[in-house]
Design a protein around this ligand. Structure first.
Ligand code: DX5
Ligand code: ZN
Length: 221
């Protein structure tokens, strides 16, 4: 069995009390904090940046922070997220002029690197950089918003990505992001994912008896 990890997307958290929300999901069993960065340019929405990542570290969050950069250009923000305490930094290859360089910048800064694939982005972007990625993130919705429905064709793409990882013999996490729910996570795991981002399915599943505990996808695998 794979080493499954759950990464709540804080896009669905209450931003007015973000530190407590992150503490609560981690105490409820989450493994990784998924941090969605949107710039109103590469994607049609605007969220949070390196200052908020740094604030979470100052608040005392020690869990890995997975910065998903939906921004263009990417390179300057890579440096800012390294300084802000990110653990993983992933970006969309279409948003970088020099994919190999951006991956190298991330690793040179001591972070784990990853490429993100939109639903219609081919996995061939991996062809010459498989040795430079620690994570492959497949989007199962078009990026920009939480609460969208899982695009079913992503399951075949997951199988293809899993085959590439297994053939490489490398230690690369396969993350899925968008529309992950209690009722589809098992099928997504069978298709090869080992790291599951979930926003609405976690933050809308507060335990009725214990107000600081979240259930939902955190208890599904
Ligand atoms: C979408 C973001 C996702 C989003 C997932 O662009 O990358 O991380 O928050 O939200 P849900 O789980 O609600 O689809
Ligand atoms: Zn994301």
């Amino acid at each position: 069995p794979r080493d499954f990890k759950i990464a709540p997307s804080i896009l669905s958290a209450d931003f007015a009390r973000l530190g407590e929300e992150v503490d609560d999901v981690l105490a409820s069993g989450a493994d990784i904090v998924h941090f969605d960065v949107m710039d109103n340019h590469y994607v049609p929405n605007l969220t949070i940046g390196p200052m908020v990542c740094e604030a979470l570290r100052k608040h005392g969050v020690t869990a890995p922070i997975d910065a998903h950069l939906m921004v263009k250009p990417v390179d300057r923000l890579i440096g800012d997220f390294i300084d802000a305490g990110a653990s993983y930094i992933t970006f969309h290859p279409e948003a970088s002029e020099h994919v190999d360089r951006s991956l190298q910048l991330i690793r040179d800064g001591g972070c784990k690197s990853g490429l993100v694939f939109n639903p219609a982005t081919p996995l061939s972007y991996l062809d010459y950089v498989m040795d430079k990625v620690d994570m492959i993130l497949l989007m199962s919705v078009n990026p920009g918003f939480g609460g969208q429905s899982f695009i079913p064709g992503t399951l075949d793409k997951l199988r293809e990505a899993r085959a590439r990882i297994d053939a490489s013999g490398r230690d690369i996490r396969l993350e899925i992001d968008g529309g992950v729910k209690v009722d589809n996570i098992a099928e997504i795991a069978r298709a090869g994912a080992d790291t599951f981002v979930a926003g609405s399915a976690i933050f809308k599943a507060r335990n009725a008896d214990e107000p600081h505990r979240y259930d939902g996808v955190l208890k599904a695998l």
